[in-house]
Write a new protein. Sequence first.
Length: 94
Amino acid sequence: MWDSRVLANTSWSILKSKSTSSINGSISALQECHEQIRVLSQQAGAAVKEHGLENDLIDRIKDCSYFSPIHAELEQLLEPSTFTGRCPQQVSTS
């Protein structure tokens, strides 16, 4: 569940922090960000599947120096309410 959300928010934040000057540079930065998350996600998945541990993907991202430009805003990027869209307005609680 968190993989795609982390990828979307993190990729955007990393792109802003890297200040790439070209479309190719932006695509390259996005691909690098995706690769970093993919590797960390596979490591976290292996820990869960092979050792029965909790999913620690977020902790791995926090410990990864590649993501240091967004460490301060990571909690905000992962705020669940940012992923609900218009759901609260579309659901009646009566």
